[in-house]
Structure formats: C-alpha cells, structure tokens
Design a protein around this ligand. Structure first.
Ligand code: PMP
Length: 283
C-alpha cells in the first residue's frame, strides 16, 4: 500500500515520523477522510475547504494550494491497486524541540496521507439498519474543528463496540449533538430534522450533501435543535458519514426507533444519495 509523507510516496510500512512530532505529543493537528469511488475522489473540493477551515482554526498555515492537494490525492489514488478507497489526510504542526505546549517559532507541518480500501455498508446493513446507544457528550467546545485529538470520540466509539451497537449518539445539555464519528438526522411527521451546525459538532460533508439532496428533491427539511426526548420519539433516525454514507438507526438504547425498521423517508434519501454517487462516478 503506497502512502505519502512530506513530499514523497513510499510503501506505508516504510514511513516514519519523528517522535517529537506535535501530532504524537499533543494531538496537535487536523485531518480529513475522503471517500474515493472507482478512483474518483468524492466531494474533494468540499473536503479541502473543510481542511482549510480546520487549519485556520488551529493556526497551522496550509502547506499546499488546492491544486497541489488535488494532485497529491490524485497521485495517491492512482498508486493503489484497489479502486474504492478511503483517503486519510493529516496535517500536524510538525516536530519541535524542546517540548512546549505553545507553538514553536518555526516548525514545518507534517503532511501524511494513506489509502485504505473503502468499506461502505453492505446491502444487508442498509436494508436492516443498525443499533445505537446514547451517552453524555464530554468533548471540548470546538468540535467543529476536525482535530486529530479524538480521545473522547475514541471512548464514545468503544462504548458502542462494548454495547455491541454501531454508534454512540452524544447528548449535551439535553440536546442531541452527533455521533462519535457521524452526524445524526431525525424524521418527525414526514419532516427531516437536522441539528444546526455549531461549534459543538462537526459539520459533515455528507451532512451538507443530505441537505442539498433534500432541497433538490423537495423533501421537507428543517435545521433545528433536537432534544434527547425528541430523538427517542422520532419516527426515523439516520446516521451519515463519508464511509457509512446514510444508514438507518432502528434501535436506540435497546428500544425500537419508530417501527424498528428503516423508514420510507430514509429509503427515499438513500436512493437519492446512491443516484448522486453514481452520477458523479459517471462524470
Ligand atoms: N462528526 C464526527 C465527529 C465525525 O468524526 C464524522 C466523520 N468524519 C462526521 C461527523 C461526519 O463527517 P463526514 O460526513 O464529513 O464524514
């Protein structure tokens, strides 16, 4: 598997970063995960825009122009021997000595990308939906930055694994925020409800696409805060992310969501998503 580190392509297993890298010492960096279908990066411009936003928020100068990023991603995609890929892209503040929380006067960002085979939900999973649990959101107040310091998300996802479910939905001050690694939509009385973007959640590239698709297809959608009680009383609950795409949550904390099966609005949205994906791949 060929990966990229600071200007060079090499087999992933051969790549190493210095132990003083601030990504390693402080979790001082940001990342993106870009899905690639049939060797075509999906929504790359949107991912690069969010990367810029994350870099700005943590005050790391973007080491590459959009054209350079596009070329690096293109080359990485071409180097793999599998067509559907999940591109992980990470920029840290780089290595610095002595260790000091404050920014070093001069450090060169570490740029690392690698590709994994993309595994999207199986037809069975799409048809059956998945289970989720809820938990208190104990993360910091800048969850809109796609930061590599993910300890709270790691613990929340492990909670899902321990509970033998697919996702942990995070609740803060009585409000449903997002999943440990996904955004959450709710359907109530035929209307799709989306928690409004804020500093408390990561606005997913998939989240934005779902909103676009709802508009395109005249599906009623409202951005509004969703309480934990409203989540539990929802007719449908979906999770979205670049790798999970759109997946119905049919069980929440051991109780059925709506009728306990993927709902009609979910099915319509998934069909729009799949058609959109196919359209992009044929371009
Ligand atoms: N929220 C969090 C916390 C995430 O980790 C992710 C996945 N990266 C998302 C939302 C969904 O984002 P996207 O649709 O861009 O994959």
């Amino acid at each position: 598997m060929i990966a990229y580190l600071n200007g060079s392509f090499a087999p992933l297993a051969q790549l190493q970063v210095p132990v003083l890298d601030r990504g390693f010492l402080f979790g001082d960096g940001v990342y993106e995960m870009i899905p690639v279908y049939a060797r075509q990066p999906f929504r790359l411009a949107e991912h690069l825009r969010r990367l810029q936003h994350s870099l700005d928020a943590v005050r790391i100068a973007n080491p590459h122009s959009e054209a350079e990023w596009t070329a690096i991603v293109g080359e990485l995609v071409a180097q793999q021997d599998f067509a559907d890929q999940s591109i992980y892209l990470q920029v840290t503040r780089g290595a610095a000595y002595p260790r000091n929380h404050a920014f070093p006067a001069d450090s060169t960002p570490t740029v690392f990308l690698f590709a994994d085979p993309l595994t999207t939900p199986s037809a069975t999973l799409l048809a059956q939906g998945v289970a989720a649990v809820t938990q208190a959101d104990v993360r910091w107040l800048r969850c809109n930055i796609k930061a590599i310091s993910l300890l709270a998300n790691v613990l929340a996802k492990q909670h899902a694994v321990d509970e033998d479910v697919a996702e942990t939905i995070l609740i803060r001050d009585g409000l449903m925020i997002e999943g440990s690694a996904s955004n959450i939509f709710v359907v109530r009385d035929g209307v799709i409800l989306a928690p409004p973007p804020s500093h408390l959640m990561l606005t997913g590239i998939t989240y934005d696409l779902i909103i676009e698709l709802a508009q395109q297809h005249d599906m009623p959608l409202q951005a509004c805060e969703i309480s934990a009680d409203e989540l539990r009383a929802a007719d449908e609950v979906w999770l979205t992310s670049s790798s999970k795409e759109v997946l119905a949550i049919v069980t929440l904390d051991g109780r059925p969501v709506g009728n306990g099966v993927p709902g009609p609005i979910y099915k319509a949205m998934y069909a729009h998503y799949a058609a959109f994906k196919t359209g992009v791949m044929q371009q």
